[in-house]
Design a protein around this ligand. Structure first.
Ligand SMILES: [Zn+2]
Length: 585
């Protein structure tokens, strides 16, 4: 549309804050902040970059990746149609724009998300582009600035989207190790998987005035708790009051604040030799998606069913969801009793809480000492309520973090048992930094110098599951599920209503065989009879055998090598892997 043909509504816009009718050019001159009431209008990534960096310093990084639809996702529209529509309407290739530039004369690498592009959702391409920007910052030895605007992980790429939280986090961990500053700038809105990873596990977190950030969205929290939300809930000022951000910054001051922080980081940078960066997998290997497996025996033949298994080979995904949620299914405490010996439970986050939804402590597995951490549900309503249905609070995630670090110091391997519908989506959880608590666990696990073995035993619900599942080997019980979002949640967003949950369950590829094919899971632990709850003793026997078979080879790998391989494992979930099935553009 040419300027001459621009209709009147393009020349004027109504402020969402005070309803003033504003001349658009005047609004733009004021950095898209309402001159009447100070409302900060959302910015697209190109305009944001223009406002933040020194004129003439911007160098955009490549944004084209092989197009991919890794799980062939279809809701009411096929995913590629939604992607094309987003490209046409925004003029962007993806939901992030990456660049190098200077800010107040200080060099930096920047990744700026764009909410207009599929809600700024984090998929494989977005994760890959941000990770490459972080790697560029490491190569150039400059700080990394992430400007976030996102509804969360991209449902249409299933669990591979969830893995991006770990992929980007391990790149941020590398910058931390190299002593390079990382800064996130929260803009409105920043939620879900982005909030629970790189938006909050950077050194500094700035919130733009008026931005909202949280792990769970307000609608979900209202639905789950049935409570009205406090005034200003999840806004920048709320976050500042609750210790979640370093500062709240008006848009017109943002560039100056960033320049000052970059200057301080540069001045204070210790004169130390550059830390050798982790060897990425050779490019051709990444393209083919054939990064060497972590242990020599590699993924087992999956879908291989034991002879006594009378279940049909292909069970509907929705049936699997229901089996995974069965109240009779063995819980973490059941397995601590049946699979392990001598469990000594350890409590508390040392910051004021002890979350009953996570249990952890030292135990023995066939005579070997290990640290076991898992979500705890229950078999009765009373148990479930007492354990908050296995939904961990920030205190639970911080207890888990404390035990992981303790295990590393003591040289104990970590075994995690994952069974949660998701992290606690409550008001108090948000006040206590649920997003940051999950984000810190994910980052810490990418570099934990001891073997980590994760088992999805029941429900692997989104970021709450990943907070315990960034591991050297990820096992999954045959009828467990692991997903970026619950089928009900996905149906409510992409279908007309929640009754489409069974279709959503199929589209999300959340079963063990699907996830094995995608490389998210390394091995399936077969369940006896129809499911684990029919024969808990036999399930325990099989789980114990699988744990031992996977743990023993890891014990011989030097810690530095373990960390390097674990990071490669999560690095390979970028778009290059999805690109195996790329469609030429
Ligand atoms: Zn206004």
């Amino acid at each position: 549309m040419t300027a001459a043909a621009e209709p009147a509504e393009q020349l004027w816009s109504r402020c969402a804050g005070c309803a003033s009718l504003l001349y658009r050019k005047r609004l733009r001159r004021n950095l898209d902040v309402c001159p009447e009431c100070g409302e900060h209008t959302r910015l697209g990534a190109p305009e944001r970059l223009r406002q933040l960096v020194d004129p003439g310093s911007l160098r955009l990084l490549p944004d084209r990746l092989p197009e991919a639809d890794p799980i062939d996702f279809v809701d009411v529209l096929p995913y590629p149609h939604r992607l094309s529509a987003a490209r046409i309407s925004t003029g962007l290739a993806e939901a992030v724009l990456c660049a190098t530039a200077t800010i107040g004369g200080q060099p930096a690498a920047l990744a700026v998300m764009d909410f207009r592009f599929l809600g700024g959702s984090l998929g494989c391409a977005v994760g890959e582009l941000i990770t490459r920007t972080a790697e560029r910052a490491l190569d150039d030895r400059v700080p990394l600035i992430l400007v976030t605007a996102s509804g969360g992980a991209r449902m249409q790429e299933g669990a591979l989207s969830l893995m991006q939280m770990a992929t980007v986090s391990q790149a941020i961990a590398a910058l931390r190790e190299a002593g390079l500053l990382t800064v996130s700038v929260l803009t409105d809105p920043t939620y879900g998987g982005v909030a629970a990873s790189f938006a909050t596990n950077t050194d500094l977190v700035l919130a733009e005035s008026g931005a909202r950030m949280g792990f769970a969205g307000p609608r979900v929290i209202r639905q789950v708790t049935g409570r009205a939300l406090p005034e200003g809930f999840q806004t920048a000022d709320f976050l500042l009051r609750h210790g979640q951000v370093d500062m709240v910054v008006q848009r017109r001051s943002l560039r100056g604040r960033l320049a000052a922080l970059l200057a301080a980081a540069r001045a204070g940078r210790p004169a130390r030799p550059p830390v050798p960066r982790q060897e990425p997998a050779p490019h051709h290997e990444r393209l083919a998606g054939v990064v060497p497996p972590v242990v020599p025996d590699g993924p087992r033949a999956v879908g291989e069913r034991p002879a006594d298994d009378p279940t049909p080979a292909v069970r509907d995904a929705w049936d699997t969801v229901r089996t995974a949620r069965h109240p009779g299914r063995p819980t973490t405490l059941d397995y601590l009793d049946s699979v392990f010996d001598g469990f000594v439970e350890l409590h508390g986050d040392r910051l004021g809480g002890d979350c009953p939804a996570i249990v952890g402590g030292v135990a023995r597995l066939a005579g070997r000492h290990v640290m076991v951490i898992g979500h705890q549900k229950g078999h009765t309503t009373a148990d479930l309520v007492a354990r908050n249905f296995g939904m961990a609070s920030p205190a639970g995630h911080r207890k888990a973090l404390r035990l992981m670090r303790l295990a590393a110091r003591l040289g104990l391997p970590v075994v995690t048992l994952v069974d949660t519908p998701g992290a606690d989506p409550g008001i108090s959880a948000e006040e206590h930094g649920q997003a940051a608590a999950i984000a810190e666990n994910i980052l810490t696990l990418t570099v934990l110098p001891t073997p980590v073995l994760a088992v999805i035993t029941g429900e692997g619900g989104s970021g709450g599951a990943l907070a315990l599942a960034v591991a050297d080997r990820v096992l999954m019980l045959q009828h467990a599920v692991y997903s970026v979002i619950s089928p009900e949640g996905c149906a409510a967003i992409l279908w007309p209503d929640r009754s489409a949950a069974p279709q959503a369950a199929r589209a999300l590829r959340l079963t063990a065989p699907d996830l094995c094919r995608l490389g998210v899971v390394d091995e399936i632990v077969p369940e006896p009879a129809t499911a684990a709850h029919d024969d808990p003793a036999e399930t325990a026997r099989r789980l114990r055998a699988a744990l031992l078979a996977n743990l023993l080879p890891l014990l011989d790998v030097p810690p530095a090598m373990l960390v390097r391989l674990r990071r490669q494992r999560f690095r390979r979930f970028g778009a290059t892997r999805a690109g195996v099935r790329a469609v030429a553009r």
